[in-house]
Design a protein around this ligand. Structure first.
Ligand SMILES: Cc1ncc(COP(=O)(O)O)c(C=O)c1O
Length: 391
């Protein structure tokens, strides 16, 4: 029977799970008289660091800010090169450009869509100062060869962990491997503060510099200057940024962090259920999961087997849209975007695995509050579209 599309409500790609505890925590801050960075932000940092087992956690207002601060703190300069996977969001590469350095785009592995360690090693030049692995969809990159390349060439590793709270690689928590790791609390991430991010590191100097630069480059604990124990006196050490997190957001973050495992269990169970429900569908390839990682399951990304279909990925998405199913594509590879194409002269085929995979990928709805009925609706729609357009 034909799927009756127009009567169906829109099924969101993602919905945050905000409970009474989160709302009460935010209201408490609103009533407290202290709205911006303060005791709640410090508490969020303390709990986040403790959870991950890292020495320093610096709360900021986005993962983009955290990535920028991490690169600034390792002193990336104009003319330096930084390895960035092409299969990522705008942020990972733009922060390199903020500092006048060159993002050198690296191809992905076709199965996990994480950075290809061999391609990363081959892209190192005498100007390479850092690499930025992105744990795509929440699945950790193959960190051992990446860390070995970094060590061999004396380059820093700044991990983009926007998708990967909580995750682990060979039993090691993501956040404890590279020189610095950056998490996102954007509205559709695995925990949210609306907008927010966290930089974690074991390196005292890196943490100090990132903290200072996150608030105008002002000497230590600038946020305390309006408190009873603070002082009006401050000194500007460098021209910094305005990247601090508010206590309103931090209160939300503390309450969400307490539910991080609950959310993760729900998303993991839904991902396994998608896997089961798609097991007999030859027209798509389910996500590849390495057996030496714990996957955060931020995204569930399927690949269409286009050789078995008479439609393209974009036509498939048009069909999903008609059925009012939320969806996305993660990502159009950076090297195919006008800025990177025109500035650095990339051709689509220069990073062939990313280009080929891009043409096949679709991200399906996945969020902790998603019901089995909602998931069944997604699965029926996908199966129906594929059956109608089987070659
Ligand atoms: C891979 C990746 N890196 C960085 C970011 C940036 O996160 P934020 O929005 O917190 O700056 C995102 C956000 O979507 C992302 O997906």
């Amino acid at each position: 029977m034909r799927f009756m599309s127009s009567d169906e409500p829109f099924l969101s790609f993602f919905l945050p799970d905000i409970g009474d505890a989160e709302i009460a925590a935010v209201v408490e801050v609103l009533r407290s008289g202290w709205l911006t960075t303060g005791a709640k932000t410090k508490e969020f940092e303390r709990q986040f660091a403790e959870r991950l087992g890292v020495k320093h956690a610096v709360a900021v207002n986005s993962a983009t800010a955290a990535l920028h601060l991490a690169l600034e703190a390792i002193d990336i300069q104009p003319g330096d090169e930084v390895l960035v996977p092409t299969m990522t969001f705008a942020s990972t590469a733009e922060v390199v450009a903020y500092l006048g350095a060159k993002p050198v785009l690296v191809d992905c592995l076709e199965d996990t869509l994480c950075i290809d360690p061999a391609a990363a090693a081959a892209a190192v030049t005498p100007r390479t100062r850092a690499m930025m692995p992105v744990h795509y969809a929440g699945q950790p990159c193959d960190m051992e060869p990446l860390l070995a390349t970094a060590q061999r060439h004396g380059i820093k590793v700044i991990e983009d962990a926007a998708h990967s709270l909580p995750a682990a690689y060979r039993g090691r928590t993501i956040g404890t491997l590279g020189d610095a790791t950056c998490f996102s609390f954007y509205a559709n991430k695995t925990i949210t503060t609306g907008e927010g991010g966290m930089l974690v590191t074991a390196d005292n100097a890196l943490a100090d510099r990132a903290r200072i630069m996150s608030l105008h480059g002002i000497s230590r604990d600038a946020w305390k200057r309006f408190t009873a124990e603070g002082s009006w006196f401050y000194e500007i050490l460098r021209p910094g940024f305005k990247y601090n997190l508010t206590d309103i957001a931090a209160a939300l973050g503390i309450a969400q962090l307490a539910r991080c495992d609950e959310f993760w269990q729900r998303r993991s169970a839904l991902a396994r259920r998608y896997d089961d429900l798609f097991a007999d569908v030859a027209e798509l390839t389910r996500p590849t999961t390495r057996d030496d990682v714990s996957h955060a399951w931020h995204l569930y990304v399927v690949k269409l087997n286009l050789d078995r279909l008479s439609i393209t990925r974009n036509q498939f998405i048009d069909e999903l849209k008609k059925r009012r199913i939320g969806h996305s594509v993660h990502y159009t590879p950076l090297h195919m975007h006008p800025y990177y194409r025109d500035t650095y002269g990339y051709q689509p085929g220069d990073l062939p695995a990313a280009q080929r995979t891009y043409e096949r990928i679709v991200s399906l709805p996945l969020f902790p509050k998603m019901t089995h009925a909602e998931q069944d609706r997604v699965v029926s729609a996908v199966r129906e579209i594929l059956a109608e357009h089987r070659r």
